[in-house]
Design a protein around this ligand. Structure first.
Ligand SMILES: O=P(O)(O)OC[C@@]1(O)O[C@H](CO)[C@@H](O)[C@@H]1O
Ligand SMILES: [Mn+2]
Length: 456
């Protein structure tokens, strides 16, 4: 990757590479926008159409006309995308509408006045996020079906198809918890590493990369770990462990536990279960006192967790006909009831900003993250936002790519599905490119990448 620098509109300083975009014909961004995004729109249209009878039963003729209208907005959106039309302002008057429209102005200023912000010319991160916001608009503008989640079926299916793996994982968790009291520090850290890796590989199962195709975990997730080990390109799990255990025992204080870990969630289905299991372990082991989960305010990138998915998953886990699984579900619900766990959403997570903009554009969210002892960012999209989705060289420091985003010690748990990867050893990227040319996008590789004070 080259480090093309841009200085457009004074927004981007010297040495910051340009955003990935479909301007580069044949690039992964280009192929995503040309092929994958229209497919996702087509599937959304099909889903709405397939639910026609349900809308009729629930709302009568009004439901049918809302269905038609939503489909027509989505077809129009697909057409705009495929013919590289200028992006349009949002018209739905929701609480984030204004800030989306302002962001478009910002993009326009960066592009200059020669051409308009459009699907194939603007940053990939921006236009891809924008598509999901437009899907939300198409639904929202059409009561009475304005709460319909076009991606819900895929998310629930991915949960049901991973039942074997979920049971295996909950059984493992139950076993660990039975012996928790007797575990040595070493054993505790081994279990921690395993569950951190399960949560990492849980990210392999998102639905957006496969444009919504079936994608679930079938094998026992713990048993698969050894064979996946060599695909972890950067493994800073030791730093994560030290961060947890050192905030557990600050010198001279009686405090025994890290007060809070925040998990910025990615996908529903199997991945969410792996995150819940990790969070349960952190709390039940006494490593952490509170967990804040961060999810999305509306359906996002096909499989991302909304409040509804979060509650649904816990209810389903409680209702499972499997001792350890339902036990876990009840435990999770009681953590929520007791305020040990809490779920949060903030409009910033469904905006197109790079995270280095968070302090300025969502100072309240930044301040919240600053209260955490550790923030775990799940998944590929969060990694793209952490690094600004820019054409960084592979050996650039993670810290450099974060461009000042450091609310708290943080760690990205991400399988690679987009062509941005920093923090590699010299030669590592080149070697991978020879061995496996699509290593950055085929979801086979992963990173556990940490930034924060270096502890020993
Ligand atoms: O964030 P996630 O769920 O790990 O992945 C999201 C994703 O599938 O969607 C985009 C491609 O459309 C990429 O950022 C990435 O491949
Ligand atoms: Mn996702």
């Amino acid at each position: 990757l080259t480090s093309a620098t841009t200085m457009a509109a004074g927004q981007i300083g010297y040495g910051v590479p340009s955003s990935l975009s479909a301007k580069v014909t044949g690039s992964f961004a280009y192929l995503t926008i040309r092929d994958r995004m229209p497919t996702i729109l087509t599937k959304a249209i099909d889903t709405i159409h397939r639910n026609k009878n349900k809308f009729f039963e629930e709302h009568g003729e009004e439901g049918i006309s809302a269905e038609k209208q939503a489909i027509s907005l989505l077809s129009k959106l697909r057409n705009e995308l495929q013919t590289d039309k200028p992006l349009l302002e949002l018209m739905d008057g929701l609480s984030d509408t204004e800030s989306w429209n302002q962001y478009m102005q910002r993009q326009q200023r960066q592009l200059g006045d020669q051409e308009l912000v459009s699907w194939f010319k603007s940053p990939w991160l921006y236009v891809e996020c924008y598509m999901y916001r437009r899907i939300q608009e198409a639904i929202w503008l059409n009561p009475p079906i304005n709460n319909f989640d076009v991606f819900n079926e895929g998310k629930t299916q991915s949960f049901f198809e991973s039942q074997q793996a979920v049971m295996a994982l909950c059984t493992y968790l139950g076993d660990v918890q039975k012996s928790m009291e007797k575990l040595s520090e070493n054993q505790l850290s081994e279990h921690f590493n395993k569950l951190l890796q399960v949560s990492l590989w849980g990210n392999k199962c998102d639905l957006s990369i496969s444009a919504g195709q079936e994608n679930s975990q079938k094998a026992s997730p713990i048993d698969s770990l050894p064979s996946l080990q060599s695909f972890i390109l950067v493994n800073d799990s030791n730093m994560v462990w030290l961060t947890l255990t050192s905030s557990r025992r600050p010198e001279g204080s009686g405090q025994k536990t890290a007060d809070r870990v925040d998990i910025v969630l990615d996908n529903a289905g199997f991945e969410l279960v792996t995150d819940l299991v990790l969070a349960d372990f952190l709390v039940s082991s006494g490593l952490v006192r509170h967990i804040h989960f961060h999810g999305k305010c509306f359906p996002w990138f096909v499989s991302d967790v909304t409040a509804n998915d979060f509650q649904w998953t816990i209810r389903q886990t409680m209702a499972a006909n499997h001792k350890w699984m339902s036990k876990s579900g009840y435990q999770w619900q009681s953590y929520l009831n007791e305020g040990i766990w809490s779920y949060h959403d903030h409009p910033f997570w469904t905006q197109p900003h790079e995270f280095c903009d968070m302090a300025a554009d969502a100072p309240d969210l930044y301040a919240t993250l600053q209260e955490a002892n550790l923030v775990l960012f799940k998944g590929d999209l969060n990694y793209r936002k952490l690094t600004g989705d820019r054409a960084w060289g592979h050996t650039v420091d993670f810290c450099t790519a974060l461009r000042g985003f450091e609310p708290a010690p943080l760690c990205s748990l991400r399988t690679l599905k987009a062509n941005v990867q920093v923090g590699l050893q010299p030669g590592q990227g080149e070697k991978l490119s020879t061995q496996d040319p699509s290593w950055m996008t085929n979801g086979k590789y992963a990173v556990i990448q940490f930034h924060g004070p270096k502890l020993e």
